[in-house]
Design a protein around this ligand. Structure first.
Ligand code: NAD
Length: 263
């Protein structure tokens, strides 16, 4: 791990589980204080929070902002800045999925996916970029997806949101380019997390197939390595993007997808 993030504060949305939790742990291991966010059981979250503090000797805070609620997002950004001085590293990771043909796609699911997977990043960036400018340093990392670069059927809202997140990434990179702030998107292929475990169960029911076959024949079909991407690999990329060596990398959408988007 790069140990150069002491004195920095990282806010990671959706960090109570999966990729976001992996990124929070990796940034803490590199010395950053972390602001965690996400849904879940209060006792479990508290255990994770105190575990991060104990394991890495950093401060870890939890804010329960719902990523569909702009006022709560603003409150999270303001509280993080007032406690730590500024949010130096912002990771927009919270996300949900829903799979359906477009003619049956429920409007409430479309709205929720667009709010959580795209619009929340607009609000967090708006809330944190001023503090980064004042300090003359910042890193914004948007966890998009291979589905931010290419499409698959039945995921209209998710794919629209993730393509939108890649567009937002490029615009913010241009607006902050002279301020020692970088903004990049990471585009993972399939990673085995609770979000994907849910999809495996749903697909097994829908296709009447054993879960093992769903993984091999459906899920990993577009991923040439035929292996899930590892949470640690995504987290290591996030840590690298925060390093000085990555100061020239901005406005990119970086696939970690086992070759999926090389087709
Ligand atoms: P996950 O379900 O394990 O984690 C999602 C996180 O978002 C959780 O902490 C959850 O509590 C949080 N969240 C959901 N709704 C929220 C809300 N309204 N307010 C606040 N937090 C909320 O899933 P994951 O696979 O770790 O996904 C993390 C990100 O990675 C998502 O943006 C997802 O689209 C993206 N991604 C995942 C994969 C994959 O294969 N798992 C691939 C590419 C991209």
């Amino acid at each position: 791990m790069i140990q150069g993030l002491k004195e920095k504060t990282a806010l990671i949305t959706g960090s109570t589980s999966g990729i976001g939790l992996g990124i929070a742990q990796a940034l803490a291991a590199s010395g950053a204080n972390v602001v965690m966010n996400g849904l879940g059981n209060a006792g479990d979250i508290e255990k994770i929070r105190t575990g991060i503090e104990k394991d890495h000797g950093v401060r870890a805070l939890y804010h329960d902002a719902d990523m569909t609620k702009p006022a709560q997002i603003r409150d999270m950004c303001t509280k993080a800045a007032s406690i730590f001085g500024a949010v130096d590293i912002l990771v927009n990771n919270a996300g949900i999925q829903f799979v359906s043909p477009i003619q049956d796609f429920p409007e409430d699911k479309w709205n929720a996916i667009l709010s959580i997977n795209l619009t929340s990043a607009f609000h967090t960036i708006k809330g944190c970029v001023g503090g980064m400018r004042s300090k003359g340093w910042g890193r914004i990392i948007n966890v998009a997806s291979a589905h931010g670069l290419v499409a698959s059927p039945f995921k209209s809202a998710y794919i629209a949101a993730k393509h939108g997140l890649v567009g937002l990434t490029k615009t913010v990179a241009l607006e902050t380019a002279k301020d020692r702030i970088t903004c990049n998107a990471i585009c993972p292929g399939y990673v085995l997390t609770p979000l994907v475990e849910g999809q495996i169960r749903d697909q097994a029911k829908a296709h009447n197939l054993p879960e093992k076959e769903v993984v091999e024949k459906i899920m990993l079909d577009p991923q040439p390595t035929k292996k899930f991407v590892q949470i640690d690999d995504v987290a290591a990329m996030a840590v690298f993007l925060c390093s000085d060596a990555a100061q020239g990398i901005t406005g990119t959408a970086l696939p970690i997808d086992g070759g999926w988007t090389a087709r």
